[in-house]
Ligand binder design. Structure first.
Ligand SMILES: [Zn+2]
Length: 361
């Protein structure tokens, strides 16, 4: 008798089809709600079985695809199912790069406001202007002419300024955090920092409201790492950086990289910072005075030289009476994005270094 019971349990648990004939008989004896609840509570295990299968198949197909094409007919069907489950309403805006849930009112309004700030900048209103003197805001450059016809000025203040300017700074830093997908600047980092803003007023006879179109956060630091030159990178990774001329797909270039790195020793002396922009550093920490943990220019005001201008003013004024020179390695950036790397290369003339903002508190 116990052997028969074991057999029925084993058949019920092992095959899903046996649940169908067993459920009508058990519904007569046991209350249906408990039976209906089970599928919901069992969902993790039920979901695991269908999702595990495609994952396994995808992995095996990936391996199989190199040797044979037998699994190719199944592969597209499975990936389509996967995408339809994960991304039904999530959208990434091409203008501001923010990912938000389409159709959710909170997300939509948050995105709309953020997108406008990223493109056109935050407003620097009358109240902020009025508080400049009280807050100890320094105007470092004025009446700057930009190639788009607008005029601007560069101001500087401490992050703990408070008041209307402090509130505006909080909103600006949050906009930058979202735009760069970076973590929030800690209080310890901000405590050692100065804020440089480029304020621009649009062209026209009547004075119009200014906008914050550029921002540099400059942090007092002690050390940073030198960026490896292209020749040093190609010496360290000969196969990966010489194959760029050949028209191989990106997926295939990964293979020579993994094969070459253990055999070539110079690779160990360089630290990768950003693979996508091919950025490597020498791990030796060198004494460095100023770090730039955040650099931001609103998208409609790029290619006007605003970032370079802000950085030059920051370098000249960050330490009183001691102008800093990026070409001499006085200035470092945190891990830069693709656009940020272009700015630091053009402005820094090859002398800009890389540092970690939290390691320099
Ligand atoms: Zn957007």
């Amino acid at each position: 008798m116990p052997a028969d019971l074991r057999r029925t349990y084993s058949t019920r648990s092992s095959t899903a089809k046996s649940l169908l004939p067993s459920s009508p008989t058990s519904e007569l004896t046991s209350p249906p709600p408990t039976k209906r609840k089970r599928p919901f509570t069992d969902r993790p295990t039920e979901q695991n079985t269908p999702t595990k299968k495609p994952r396994r198949v995808l992995k095996s197909d990936g391996k199989v695809a190199k040797s044979g094409d037998k699994g190719k007919s199944k592969q597209p069907k499975l990936t389509q199912l996967h995408f339809s489950l994960d991304t039904p309403t999530l959208r990434t805006c091409p203008l501001c790069d923010l990912s938000y849930t389409r159709g959710a009112p909170d997300d939509e309004s948050l995105h709309k406001a953020h997108c406008a700030r990223v493109q056109r900048g935050l407003e620097w209103g009358k109240e902020e202007t009025r508080e400049e003197t009280k807050g100890g805001v320094e105007e470092l450059e004025s009446n700057i002419k930009l190639s788009n016809g607008s005029r601007g000025r560069i101001i500087c203040f401490r992050p703990d300024i408070g008041g209307k300017i402090g509130a505006k700074l909080s909103l600006l830093l949050e906009t930058i955090r979202l735009a760069l997908s970076s973590p929030a600047l800690s209080k310890a980092v901000l405590h050692k920092s100065k804020i440089y803003l480029f304020l621009s007023s649009p062209p026209g006879p009547a004075p119009q409201r200014e906008k914050i179109v550029g921002c540099v956060v400059a942090q007092r630091i002690s050390s940073a790492m030198a960026i490896a030159r292209p020749s040093e990178i190609s010496a360290a990774f000969p196969s990966t950086h010489t194959t760029s001329s050949s028209s191989q797909p990106a997926a295939e270039t990964l293979e020579p990289a993994t094969q070459a790195s253990p055999s070539v020793n110079p690779a160990l002396s360089l630290l990768p910072v950003d693979d996508s922009t091919n950025l490597y550093v020498h791990p030796t920490l060198l004494p460095t005075s100023m770090g730039v943990p955040r650099l931001f220019v609103s998208s409609e005001h790029r290619r006007l030289g605003i970032a370079s201008r802000l950085l030059s003013v920051a370098a000249a004024t960050f330490i009183h009476g001691c102008p800093l020179n990026p070409a001499r390695g006085h200035i470092a950036f945190t891990q830069p994005t693709g656009a940020g790397k272009a700015v630091l290369e053009a402005w820094g003339k090859g002398g800009v270094r890389i540092y970690e903002e939290e390691a320099n508190i």
